[in-house]
Design a protein around this ligand. Structure first.
Ligand code: KE4
Length: 419
C-alpha cells in the first residue's frame, strides 16, 4: 500500500491516523508519508521516496537511524527475554552511566517516556518540598501530563491549542506560567505565591516553540531565584540531554539544577526515559520514600540495552562528535542567514523562523508566518529533505549526516526559502 492508502486506513482506527499529533502534517497541509525503514540519515517511505531526515524521530537518533551497535545490542538482548518486571544488572549499569555523565543526577529512576519523566520529577519535587504549585514557561512542552498541558508548545502550539480539552481547571490550578527569557515574570510569580512553589520546570534550550536559546543569565537567574525561594529547579533535558553536550545543558551552560528529566537519546530510540537529581530528593521516591511512581516496563532489558549502546557510543566519541555536530549545524545556520531567514541554533539543534527578523521569546515566535513555513516545508520535501512539519519544532542533525548531504541540504534551502 502507498502512503495515501495507508493514511485512509489509519484514520479509520487511529485518531487522526497517527499515534502522535505532530506527525499528521496538520500545520503544513497534505497528508503524512508512511515510513517503511530508515538507515543513517535517510528515511524511506511507502511510495518509494527517500529523504534526508532532520527530524531523527524528534531527537533520539543522534547517531543516525539503525545504528549498528544499538541494533546488535537489541537483537542480542531480545533472545534472553523481553521483559521480566524484576531488577537486572544492566539497569544499574545505565543508571551509573547517566550519573557519571551528569554528576548532579546522583540518583535516577528509569521510566518509559519523557512525559512520565517530567510528571514524576514534579511529583518528587512536590513530595520533597511539601509545596503544590509549579512554574512552567509559555511555549515550553514537557509531555502531555494534565498539569503540564498549560500554554504548552510542540504539537499543542502547532495545533493552536496550547491548553487541552479534557483537563479539568482544578488540575491546572497549581500550574503558574512565566515567560521564557523573562526573569521578572518569574520573580512576580514567586512574590505572589511565596512559599507555595515546589519547582520551576524549564527547557534549558526551548525547542518546542522552535529553538529559542536561553538569554545570557536566564538559567543562572532561575538557579538563584529558586535557591533563594526554597524551590527546586528542574531541567527538562528530554531534548538537550546528551544532545548539546555529553553532559547535556547543565554541562553546556554550567548551571546545575536540582532535578533532571532525560528522554529520547537516553533510550537509543527505544521507549526509555528517566528522571534524576539530588540524592536527598530522589530518596523520597517509592519504595525508598513516600512519593509513589511505578511502571511495568520501566527499565526493561531491551530498551536499556539500546540506551546503554547509545550512551557508550557517545561516551567513546564525546571529544569529537559534539564539535562535529556543532560544525554541521553551523553550516545549515549560515545558509538560512545568507537567505535572510532568522535562525536560532544550539549545537545540532536549530530552527529557521519565517516572517520575523529575530526570535528571542514566545511573543516573537507567535508572530511567525506559518503559511510561509508551510510553503518552505513542502518545497524541502520535494527536494527530498524532511524537516519537522511545524514551525514550532527543531531540526536535528545527526552524526550520520554526511558533508555531501549537508551540502545538498544547503542547496535545497536556498531554493526552498524563495517560495
Ligand atoms: P515524550 O513523552 O514524547 O517521550 O516526551 C515528552 C517531552 C518532554 N519534554 C520535552 C522537552 C519534549 O520535547 C518532549 C517531546 N517532544 C516532542 C517533539 N517536540 C515529541 C514529538 C511528539 O510529540 O510526537
Amino acid at each position: 500500500m502507498n502512503s495515501e492508502e495507508l493514511f485512509s486506513r489509519a484514520v479509520k482506527v487511529i485518531p487522526g491516523g497517527v499515534n502522535s499529533p505532530v506527525r499528521a502534517f496538520g500545520a503544513v497541509g497534505g497528508k503524512p508519508f508512511f515510513v517503511t525503514r530508515a538507515k543513517g540519515d535517510r528515511l524511506f517511505d511507502a511510495d518509494g521516496r527517500e529523504y534526508i531526515d532532520y527530524v531523527c524521530s524528534w531527537g533520539p537518533c543522534i547517531l543516525g537511524h539503525a545504528y549498528p551497535e544499538i541494533v546488535e545490542a537489541v537483537e542480542k538482548t531480545c533472545r534472553d527475554g523481553l521483559t521480566f518486571g524484576a531488577p537486572t544488572e544492566r539497569e544499574v549499569e545505565l543508571a551509573e552511566l547517566i550519573s557519571q555523565a551528569v554528576p548532579a543526577a546522583e540518583m535516577v529512576r528509569l521510566v518509559n517516556s519523557g512525559t512520565e519523566a517530567t510528571m514524576s520529577a514534579i511529583r518528587a519535587a512536590r513530595g520533597f518540598t511539601g509545596r503544590d504549585k509549579i512554574i512552567k514557561f509559555r511555549g515550553n512542552y514537557h509531555g502531555h501530563s494534565d498539569g503540564l498541558l498549560v500554554k504548552a508548545g510542540s504539537g499543542c502550539l502547532t495545533g493552536g491549542v496550547p491548553d487541552s480539552a479534557g483537563v479539568p481547571a482544578s488540575f491546572t490550578r497549581e500550574t503558574l506560567v512565566a515567560e521564557y527569557n523573562d526573569l521578572s515574570s518569574v520573580e512576580a510569580l514567586f512574590a505572589n505565591n511565596r512559599g507555595q512553589i515546589a519547582c520551576v520546570i524549564v527547557e534549558p534550550v526551548a525547542a518546542n516553540m522552535g529553538v529559542v536559546p536561553p538569554a545570557d543569565g536566564f538559567l543562572q537567574g532561575l538557579r538563584e531565584i529558586t535557591a533563594r525561594e526554597g524551590a527546586l529547579l528542574l531541567f527538562d533535558e528530554v531534548i538537550t540531554g546528551f544532545r548539546i553536550a555529553y553532559g547535556g545543558a547543565s554541562e553546556y551552560f554550567g548551571v546545575t539544577p536540582d532535578l533532571f528529566a532525560f528522554g529520547k537519546i537516553v533510550g537509543g530510540g527505544m521507549p526509555l526515559a528517566c528522571y534524576g537529581g539530588r540524592r536527598e530528593i530522589l530518596s523520597c521516591v517509592a519504595p525508598a520514600g513516600k512519593v509513589y511512581q511505578a511502571g511495568t516496563l520501566s527499565g526493561n532489558p531491551v530498551a536499556v540495552a539500546a540506551g546503554l549502546a547509545a550512551l557508550k557510543a557517545l561516551a567513546r566519541q564525546k571529544d569529537t562528535i559534539y564539535s562535529e555536530l556543532d560544525r554541521k549545524g553551523a553550516r545549515l545556520q549560515k545558509i538560512y542567514e545568507e537567505c535572510g531567514i532568522a535562525v536560532n541554533r544550539v549545537g545540532s539543534l536549530l530552527t529557521p523562523f519565517f516572517g520575523v527578523s529575530s526570535v528571542r521569546s514566545y511573543a516573537d515566535v507567535s508572530k511567525c508566518d506559518k503559511e510561509k513555513f508551510a510553503r518552505y516545508f513542502s518545497a524541502m520535501l520535494k527536494e527530498g529533505i524532511y524537516v519537522a512539519p511545524s514551525q514550532f519544532e527543531a531540526m536535528f542533525v545527526s552524526a550520520a549526516h554526511s558533508e555531501e548531504d549537508i551540502s545538498r541540504t544547503c542547496d535545497a534551502i536556498r531554493r526552498s526559502v524563495l517560495n
